[in-house]
Ligand binder design. Structure first.
Ligand SMILES: [Zn+2]
Length: 232
């Protein structure tokens, strides 16, 4: 899953309005930010296989540290704890924990049975929705559109950055998704890893435009700080 993970981050702004979208986006994409690092250092492995369906061209040979369910719960707890330590915002920390775990659940929906439960386990799971390319695309686009609607209902731009940089973010993700769903196969595993590392840039990108937006609805917990809500 790709833009569906970003949808979770955008939508969680509604439930944790005082958290920065940078943190709320980082949570559901965290596993795919760690994965290229583990690929490059050789702890996890992926192979490219020819397939007429571009969604099925990656063979996830082994990735228990980034995508094993037990490790994922650990990453979620670590990230949520760090966030709470810095931000002291419990609702934000809970949304971050849910966001990280949601990645595994959404991947479970789309991946073929290649997701491990824990390192060393021979049992691999996945419902394989990727076998039905158009069903997957429709589900992800609907999730993404719904999340954009929620985010726009929750926040409004304070200036041009808050509007243009947000829409550039949306456009970039749609283009990247179209490339993954319809484009040519990746040239090499290294190219996959380097490409995935660029995902890290999406976190400050989201933080940036979110700083230039403010809450439309007054947060009942802190009515006097309404104008600073978007910054979180
Ligand atoms: Zn993933």
């Amino acid at each position: 899953m790709f833009i569906g993970h970003y949808a979770v981050g955008l939508a969680s702004k509604k439930l944790a309005p005082r958290a920065s979208l940078g943190a709320l986006i980082a949570a559901p994409i965290l596993l795919d930010l760690l994965w290229p690092i583990f690929l490059l250092v050789g702890w996890e492995h992926v192979a490219i296989e020819p397939n007429s369906n571009p969604l099925l061209r990656l063979d996830f040979v082994s990735y228990p540290i980034s995508h094993g369910l037990v490790a994922v719960v650990g990453w979620a707890t670590l990230f949520a704890s760090l966030y709470f330590g810095f931000a002291r915002y419990l609702t934000g920390a809970i949304m971050i924990w849910i966001g990280v775990v949601s990645h595994w659940l959404l991947d479970y929906l789309v991946h073929r049975p290649d997701l491990p439960l824990y390192a060393g386990s021979s049992r691999l799971v996945g419902l394989g929705l990727w076998n039905h390319r158009w069903v997957t695309i429709v589900i992800e686009v609907v999730m993404f559109a719904f999340a954009i609607w929620l985010y726009l209902r929750q926040t409004k731009a304070k200036d041009r950055i808050g509007s243009y940089v947000f829409w550039a973010f949306v456009g970039f993700l749609l283009l990247a998704y179209a490339g993954a769903a319809f484009g040519p196969p990746p040239p090499s595993v290294k190219a996959i890893a380097i490409g995935a590392l660029f995902g890290w840039l999406l976190v400050p990108w989201a933080w940036w435009f979110d700083q230039h937006r403010k809450a439309r609805i007054i947060d009942p917990q802190s009515p006097s700080t309404n104008t600073t809500l978007a910054g979180g």
